[in-house]
Design a protein around this ligand. Structure first.
Ligand code: GAF
Length: 393
């Protein structure tokens, strides 16, 4: 059966308990949360200024805490990796070296957000993190942590920016403090996600079109392969470089401006790998726009077909899938009532997303459990709201 997960109020209760243990009787002043995301289609297109179609999840990262009078920061996490300390202290009043990335690695996301916060300097604080977003599962646990902390800092000392500048600051934190040259998708949807809607995001203009996803006959199933995914290796930056190289050979600012005709005309000047990377991006941008149109019309068969094309392209041209994700997608496509399935997020492990008829959900989960050689986790999910302040009463 699908996994149950703690909702935001259960996570707040958990974080408050830990806060009480760490800081005595004093109650936290602020509670906020920010969601993880699942991307329905449009993979590795965001840093090429293309389109993406993600939705925010009910899986969230919660931060509770209080402003303090000094310039010291103490943060604890209820949900970090077992092999790293769950608590960190640092001071804000130094030469800045305490905000340099270091260990524990989860604290780097927080340090990055402090560094790029638009109303710096930030005051000292105490905070506790609790999250239901699986770590390294390709559902943007890191973006949800960044955006949750930014939202927390806004409660301590308001900034003057809009929501898009908030997403951009969190993206910068990921670049400078996690070393991942990511696009804007994850932070954007974690800030601006809308309940009952997916967002078609134009990653060049940073405008988003909400697309309703409320059909009770439709289910979105996330399957975590439980193969840990990490974008901090060299593969993600390498893909980004290959795309930039292809755009430059085509004489374009980005692959968003390139057509398949441009690519075919320049084929002799590109090596095979660069050609395949560029082809994935150019076709995936087109697929994403078509998929958004199909979703608006309720044309789920068409949407599903585009999802499978996207997966095949990520597997064969972009080479970011893995055996486990391929196995899950193939197995999902064998079930009656499925519309489409694909890997989601950066790749190299993590999750698949599957669109299916609501009445097919039980047989889908049973089938995947039977066919997948690993141990999957399932989330039946709906589009949720972006980052928000929570009640402490
Ligand atoms: C990761 C990145 F953080 C995103 O910006 C995006 O590039 C995605 O991989 C692939 O579509 O989640």
């Amino acid at each position: 059966m699908a996994s149950s997960f703690q909702d935001a109020s259960a996570l707040v209760a958990e974080a408050r308990r830990l806060y009480g243990q760490m800081f005595g009787e004093e109650a936290p002043q602020v509670a906020v949360c920010a969601p993880g995301r699942v991307n329905l289609i449009g993979e590795h297109t965001d840093y090429n200024q293309g389109f993406v179609l993600p939705m925010a999840l009910p899986l969230v990262t919660v931060v509770v805490g209080s402003r303090t009078s000094g310039q010291d920061v103490t943060i604890a996490t209820a949900t970090g990796d077992a092999d790293e300390p769950h608590r960190v202290n640092f001071s804000l009043c130094s030469d800045g070296s305490t905000l340099a990335p270091g260990l524990p690695s989860w604290a780097n996301y927080v340090k990055g957000v402090i560094q790029h916060y638009r109303a710096s300097p930030v005051p000292g604080f105490r905070a506790v993190i609790a999250s239901s977003v699986p770590l390294g599962g390709g559902l943007s646990s890191s973006a949800s942590l960044e955006v949750a902390f930014y939202t927390f800092l806004q409660q301590l000392k308001p900034d003057d920016g809009d929501k898009v500048s908030k997403a951009l600051a969190c993206q910068k934190a990921e670049h400078t403090h996690a070393g991942v040259p990511c696009g804007i998708m994850d932070q954007f949807v974690s800030v601006l996600g809308r309940e009952s809607h997916a967002l078609l995001i134009d990653c060049r203009s940073l405008e988003a079109t909400p697309i309703p996803l409320t059909d009770p006959g439709l289910v979105i199933l996330i399957t975590n392969s439980n193969v840990k995914h990490s974008l901090t290796g060299s593969e993600y930056p390498a893909r980004r470089r290959q795309c930039e190289e292809a755009a430059s050979i085509l004489g374009k600012d980005s692959l968003r401006d390139a057509t398949m005709k441009n690519l075919e005309d320049a084929k002799d000047r590109l090596d095979d790998v660069t050609y395949r990377r560029a082809r994935h991006v150019i076709e995936e941008i087109e697929r994403t726009v078509q998929a958004a149109e199909a979703l608006k019309r309720g044309a789920y068969e068409e949407f599903g077909k585009l999802m499978v094309e996207s997966h095949d392209s990520l597997r064969d041209l972009y080479e970011v899938s893995c055996r486990e994700l391929d196995e899950l997608v193939s197995a999902a496509m064998e079930v009656e009532g499925v519309f489409g399935s694909r890997m989601t997020g950066g790749g190299f492990g993590g999750c698949t997303v599957t669109l299916l008829q609501a009445n097919a959900i039980d047989r889908m989960i049973l089938h995947l459990q039977e066919r997948y050689r690993g141990t999957p986790t399932f989330y039946v999910t709906t589009p949720s709201e972006g980052a928000r302040v929570l009640s402490l009463s």
